[in-house]
Ligand binder design. Structure first.
Ligand SMILES: N[C@@H](CCC(=O)N[C@@H](CS)C(=O)NCC(=O)O)C(=O)O
Length: 297
């Protein structure tokens, strides 16, 4: 397979867009440094080297995969012998939900298998996921999909603290909050596609979405900073998306979604104290590259 990273650009960003944004962003930057800046990123972020793009992971952490992402050159894995495997991508928000949940429940026996979704092994599609998507959970010789279904499946079939420790009073709110994520994502994606929006236009379009989260976080506040008061799968379902919007909205629109939303800010800060979550967060440069690609569709 062709290694596009060697050509100096990013495979999933058009050359024209790269050149144009590179020019405006790197105005006044030392010319020697310019080559390594990526589009729409402030000077905080530099382009990833090919090795970083593979995201070599630290071995030995119970919360991280112990291997680098598998790609089209990787051999099929040996049979599981009854061991459970969670196939993820280190950059996919849907996979991240289940990865956080696996860490939270202390399921070290569920092996994390990272897949490079831009250069997937053919055996992944043949044997694990015909759609080629992550996350996928292999358990009891069956493979299951869909991040929200997998959170429930983990709760029902594995040990560890409950993701949805719900009495009936919270069940309805849980389902309402989980349903809202898709509405939030659809609306935010439409808004973020228009890069020419001013900060106040963006605020008008996206403000009500974040305000709704702010109001939802009030409901069980006496119990704690999380959506259901206590930490739950609802927080893990939202976090990967909020984390990405925070990076992208600040970078592209210079808009701070946490300003004037103290509960949302407290929620995010509380999650960011938890290493089983923070360890799953992708590099902001990767997030910006991915969002650039997705928003161009
Ligand atoms: N609805 C699915 C979405 C999963 C999904 O879209 N995964 C993307 C990565 S974020 C994927 O695997 N894409 C690879 C491909 O489509 O080839 C879920 O919640 O699990």
């Amino acid at each position: 397979m062709e290694d596009k990273s060697k050509k100096g650009g990013f495979p999933w960003i058009s050359t024209a867009a790269t050149a144009a944004s590179q020019k405006s962003l790197t105005r006044g930057v030392d010319p020697k440094e310019k080559a390594s800046y990526i589009p729409y990123c402030s000077v905080k972020f530099k382009a990833l080297s090919p090795t970083e793009m593979e995201e070599i992971v630290e071995a030995g952490s119970r919360f991280k995969p112990s291997m680098a992402p598998l790609n089209s050159r990787s051999q099929p894995l040996p049979r599981t012998n009854g061991k459970s495997r969670l196939y993820i991508s280190l950059t996919c928000p849907y996979a991240q939900r289940v990865w956080i949940a696996r860490n939270f429940k202390g399921l070290e026996n569920v092996e994390l298998i990272p897949i490079n979704i831009l250069d997937k092994p053919s055996w992944y599609m043949e044997k694990i996921s015909s759609s080629g998507k992550v996350p996928a959970l292999e358990h009891n010789n069956t493979v299951r999909f869909e991040s929200l279904d997998l959170l429930i499946y983990l709760d029902e079939n594995f040990t560890g603290p409950k993701l949805f420790p719900l009495g009936s009073s919270k069940r309805e709110v849980t389902s309402e909050l989980l349903k809202y994520i898709e509405v939030m994502n659809n609306n935010l994606f439409i808004a973020l596609k228009n890069r020419s929006l001013s900060k106040s236009q963006l605020d008008r379009l996206t403000g009500p979405i974040f305000d709704r989260l702010e109001t939802s976080l009030e409901r069980f506040q006496p119990e704690g900073p999380y959506f259901l008061g206590v930490i739950s799968g609802v927080d893990f379902a939202y976090a990967p998306f909020i984390e990405r919007y925070n990076i992208v909205i600040q970078e592209f629109f210079k808009y701070n979604m946490f300003e004037k939303r103290p509960r949302l800010s407290r929620w995010f800060n509380a999650l960011n104290e938890l290493d089983f979550y923070t360890i799953t967060k992708p590099n902001p440069r990767v997030v910006l590259n991915d969002m650039e690609r997705v928003l161009q569709r």
